[in-house]
Design a protein around this ligand. Sequence first.
Ligand SMILES: NC(=O)c1ccc[n+]([C@@H]2O[C@H](COP(=O)([O-])OP(=O)(O)OC[C@H]3O[C@@H](n4cnc5c(N)ncnc54)[C@H](O)[C@@H]3O)[C@@H](O)[C@H]2O)c1
Length: 323
Amino acid sequence: MNLCITGGAGFIGSYFLEQALKEIEEASGKIIVYDALTYAGETDRLNHLDSDRFIFIRGDINDRMLFRETLEKYEISHIVHFAAETHVDRSIQGDSIFLKTNVEGTWSVVTTAAEYWTANGGYTGKKFLHISTDEVYGVTTAPADENTALSPSNPYAASKAAADQYVLMRRRFDGFPAVVARSSNNFGFRQHPEKLIPKIAHCLEGNHPIPIYGDGKQKRCWLYAKDYAEILWALLTRNVSESVYNVRGSQNLENGQLAELMRNAYAKSKGISLEKVSPILFVEDRKGHDRFYNIDHSRLKSILPDFEGVKIETFLRNYFNKQ
Ligand SMILES: NC(=O)c1ccc[n+]([C@@H]2O[C@H](COP(=O)([O-])OP(=O)(O)OC[C@H]3O[C@@H](n4cnc5c(N)ncnc54)[C@H](O)[C@@H]3O)[C@@H](O)[C@H]2O)c1
């Protein structure tokens, strides 16, 4: 396997690179990280990994010539496509970059890979794992399974839904070897400071009030990025039959509950009383703020029945000591 990870300098991509380094024997395949290093990309996230074991290429997914050269030079057989604009608030402020990166960028990598693979032995032994999100379903009355219609409610989610549809079209169109993973919210270390958990941590450390949208009752299902990397490895390497897999974490939390858990963990780690810790400040809700993405992951469970993820509550207990 010669593997290319787009967006490998991002939060989840870096966990996946760590997983790939564990799984691929040194002599048996190349690992390429292809990342434009936008404001969200950080090579520091890769500092703890053995840099002799992977090749970093700074490149834009919309640069088809460089992407094609990369596929050819390293004879890439497997692609895991994480690269994306990922922050919902930013997509509400301006969504053109979301369409450019998430939709056009996905078109670019899929089309380039399809051309390269078709010209080099066809699709047998090749795989394209597309990283999507549970947000594509929007809010549903019953748990959304992989056949539920997509109904995104914010520009980020719409751009991811469009990308998904393109990837799946290509699979139906000519058998392009794609699998789509739609996961719930990830937690872990090294996440960009604009995301909810690091943002709450930053407020706690600076002793500022913690802004939480609306009534704080929006609920998210939390998945450890390290667990997700393991699941993605299984989807990449096993001969799975379906085109889409929902992946959910093991614990749902309302945003207000999450902030309370973090306040408690912070107080404990500093040995101070809870009254001395930053309070929660409820602020005006954001537009299109979905209450809950309730996804059904029975399909994934049928191939990984014993998988038990780390609970976010357990992770947060040591978050401030380990950062
Ligand atoms: N973080 C989550 O909770 C979550 C949940 C579900 C799905 N996802 C999906 O997982 C994927 C990774 O999310 P993340 O949180 O790690 O994102 P991130 O924002 O931390 O990282 C994105 C990475 O993509 C790179 N990138 C952006 N535009 C690029 C371009 N044009 N060309 C090449 N590289 C580019 C950035 O430099 C960065 O390294 C995304 O596709 C996202 O939609 C994330």
